[in-house]
Design a protein around this ligand. Structure first.
Ligand code: GLN
Length: 268
């Protein structure tokens, strides 16, 4: 039993779901037409660097809560997929253009996005924050007057920054990836960056970047919404319902908590 469990965890860690999918995709011709018809390999888009949800380990393998959750849901529901780490904005665009079937990328569920995407049940609570250089001059939003701040294209935290820009007198510059955005603040080019709190806190607590939180959106604000898996509106209903069914099973059998606990210290 223990061995079996270990094997399962190792399989998840190694992202074997996606490897199996790639192998399946690479097979090309199937034995029968029937098999070819049933061999659906869903393309699932994700962000490139958004620890602890998706990022590459030292071997270059994609790991993280989203990656393991997807692998576990696919194993539970028996579907195949190919992971496409495109970057956040590009991932959303790929789904909207029907170039990918679904997206799991720490994607905040919002009413605006519900107009163009169908979302799964929420799977992780989140909010947004601002972070500046540790021990620097920027201690709060009040210190941002006349400054330039860094935001990530198409994100909830960018929307939060834009909603504050006039009041606090700052301008924004956009980045496609979180890691490059943090480096820009660390290098002193921008006064602070806006990011999802769980992601910023993880980067800070793992010592990946020398920044500290200077502000956070209120827990009841429109910017504090949970993450969901999404498909293009009206498309891939079967994939979406499999995700929901799998997620419910993983929550019931403890796998969801195990995955989150691997990456986040305290699980509520
Ligand atoms: N949660 C944020 C959003 O949905 C950011 C996601 C991300 O950068 N991967 O906008």
């Amino acid at each position: 039993m223990n061995n079996l469990m270990l094997d399962r965890r190792q399989a998840l860690t190694l992202g074997l779901g996606s490897i199996a999918s790639l192998a399946l995709a690479a097979c090309g011709g199937s034995n029968t037409d029937e098999a070819a018809d049933s061999a659906v390999v869903y393309k699932i888009a994700t962000d490139t660097t958004f620890a602890p949800f998706e990022y590459q380990d030292t071997d270059g393998t994609y790991v993280g809560i989203d990656i393991e959750l997807l692998a576990a849901v696919a194993a539970d529901q028996g579907f195949e997929y190919e992971l496409q780490p495109l970057g956040f904005d590009a991932a959303l665009q790929a789904v909207q253009a029907s170039q990918a079937d679904g997206v799991i990328a720490g994607m905040s569920i919002t009413d605006e996005r519900r107009e163009v995407f169908d979302f799964s049940e929420p799977y992780f609570d989140s909010t947004v924050c601002a972070a500046a250089k540790t021990g620097g001059d920027i201690k709060s939003l009040d210190d941002l007057n006349g400054k330039t701040v860094a935001v990530k294209t198409g994100t909830m935290s960018e929307a939060w920054a834009n909603s504050l820009a006039q009041e606090y007198g700052f301008t924004t510059v956009t980045f496609d990836t979180s890691d490059v955005m943090y480096q820009d603040v660390a290098a002193g080019n921008t006064a602070c960056c806006f990011e999802d709190t769980p992601v910023m806190s993880y980067a800070i607590s793992t010592g990946n970047v020398d920044l500290e939180l200077i502000a956070e959106a209120d827990a009841d604000s429109e910017f504090a919404t949970p993450y969901g898996f999404a498909v293009n509106k009206g498309a891939n209903a079967e994939l979406l319902s499999m995700f929901d069914a799998g997620l419910a099973n993983l929550k019931d059998n403890g796998t969801y908590d195990e995955i989150v606990a691997k990456y986040v210290q305290s699980v509520d």
